[in-house]
Design a binder for this molecule. Structure first.
Ligand SMILES: [Zn+2]
Length: 153
């Protein structure tokens, strides 16, 4: 039994010690997170803390008309709409996520074509120049929106 030869390991089976590489800190992330929160609060504040579709004042979400990934309008208030969770996500009769065509028809009718042109213009501005200063200026411009107990993200 003691003479059992050791199994042969190929080089690729060897466990290499893991060297933890430190991720470089992205200085923009905390500012972006802060702006996300401010944007969301401000969209609700502007809507008077009610769903802009049905007027309900609980389970409110702030919806991005252009996706959050489009940074040119990620924190633009023209790009936000306050909706109850039903009209944001769940309703298959009318919601920003399940019936996007009906949603955009409704919001254009509701806010007018001038708003839509303004939003599209902002959205199509080149947005690859996001700097700490740019984000800090936006944060300063927001001021401090009032928080309401009922509102949720
Ligand atoms: Zn609603």
């Amino acid at each position: 039994m003691y003479n059992t030869p050791m199994p042969a390991y190929s080089k690729k089976d060897q466990v290499k010690p893991k060297i933890k590489k430190k991720k470089p800190k992205n200085l923009l992330t905390p500012l972006e997170n802060k702006l996300d929160k401010l944007w969301s609060l401000k969209v609700k504040e502007l809507a008077g803390y009610a769903c802009e579709y049905c007027g309900k004042d609980t389970t409110l979400n702030s919806h991005h008309i252009y996706s959050r990934s489009k940074k040119s309008v990620r924190w633009c208030l023209l790009n936000g709409v306050c909706l109850c969770v039903s009209h944001h996500t769940f309703s298959s009769t009318f919601s920003a996520h399940k019936t996007p065509a009906e949603f955009i028809d409704w919001i254009e009718l509701n806010r007018g074509v001038t708003w839509l042109i303004g939003l599209k213009t902002e959205a199509n501005k080149i947005s690859d120049k996001i700097t700490v200063e740019y984000l800090q200026d936006l944060i300063d411009a927001y001021g401090s929106p009032k928080k309401k107990v009922h509102s949720e993200d």
